[in-house]
Design a protein around this ligand. Sequence first.
Ligand code: FAD
Ligand code: FES
Length: 418
Amino acid sequence: MSLDASTLGLYAGAALAGAAGLRSVGGLAKIITRERGAAVSTQLHRDTFTDQLEAALTWARASHSALKAWVGTRPFRVSAVVEETAADRSYYLIPEDGRPLPAFAPGQYLTFHLPTTAGQAPVVRCYSLSERPRDDYYRVTVRRVAAPVDRPDLPPGRASGFFHHEVHAGSRLQVEAPQGAFFLDPTDDAPVVLIGAGIGVTPVFSMAAHLAHTRDRRPAYFFAAFRNGREHPFRTRLRELPWRAPNLNLHVSYSRPLAADRRGRDFDSLGRIDLPRLQQVLPSNNFRFYLCGPGPLMESLVPALLAWGVPAEHIHYEAFGPASVRGLSGEGAEPCDVQFARSDRTVRWDGAAGSLLEMATQAGVRLESGCRAGSCGQCRLGVLAGRVQHAKQPGVELLENECLACIAQPRGDVTLDA
Ligand SMILES: Cc1cc2nc3c(=O)[nH]c(=O)nc-3n(C[C@H](O)[C@H](O)[C@H](O)COP(=O)(O)OP(=O)(O)OC[C@H]3O[C@@H](n4cnc5c(N)ncnc54)[C@H](O)[C@@H]3O)c2cc1C
Ligand code: FES
């Protein structure tokens, strides 16, 4: 990765200023100050200094999205499309302007503004960066989403269908800068457990690929779960990871193997990832856990890890849609009034809708939305009076009086700027 000295200085200043008040800035500043003296003596030290500044910048950007690498969208060209499985395709992206590709923290995602029929707003969707940070391309891997099994009459997924049918090598896509609060913390080298199920493997694969590329020596366990060998993306790359990171242990499970799938060759265990499986493989609970997968996995595994004694701050997870945002069930909600000021509507909240976005939709109040998982920022709303609570950490930076309606629930009577 390359940064010239002036850019580096600017970035480092911005990174540190922007991250003021957030964790570890003091520690990072000390590292940078200490390394500044050493950097002048040898090229080796200079490189180390650059690496640490880049880590500081990446961390600061990741922790504070006001430091996003660019504002709004930027045009990218698709340089290649690779079929990972029958339903999963990887898209390699290079910036059309040819300018340097900013680093991201493994686990973060890109937000795409995809064209729809003329005159209509773009479809906004997030896709995790599925490769380690590199300076030559970004990569996302998109699974084609069919209509629900019990509603075959519904149209299939819009964005994933667009990717699979309309996006080819040479296509131009409008992309927001990498962001997201789910990332491998570059300032923390504690042992990690990475858990990815189905297409939820993408962000944790990026983390594992980063550990392998940097030949990281911390103890790391990667649990990857798929239905069977036909739905197993990155198969070869996954098997290669432990060759590079000496302490990275890979464990693949299949829930419904095909006749051709062989235990020991294609997968290590039968069934889903649950706490007993983790306890069988892990030497202790003393890890940082990073999880991404379908709703039922998150709903069962997060409470199980907490019950096993893993502190909540050591459990990080990503939600790909409303089904995998924990805490939107509305259970035990205190009834209250939600006023949509500009629409002149007041609706009684009883928790059944799950989120303010869903409640607004049911009440006929039109709000913008994209990911419905607290990641794209499309449903950002001003809170004019009262208090709301988010079911998960927003993936985008918000002002003090703003909320993301798709993951927000009222805490008492509230007035919204909608
Ligand atoms: C942070 C983040 C990272 C992500 N990373 C990835 C990734 O790496 N790879 C990946 O593949 N995905 C990822 N996703 C998910 C992705 O953003 C999309 O949500 C996914 O591709 C589905 O979008 P879609 O537009 O294709 O489907 P949508 O059009 O949103 O449809 C979703 C489902 O709803 C059904 N449907 C259509 N109409 C109706 C209706 N009227 N009523 C009820 N149901 C209906 C559709 O048939 C489909 O089954 C990520 C999401 C987030 C938030
Ligand atoms: S719809 Fe994407 S953050 Fe709410």
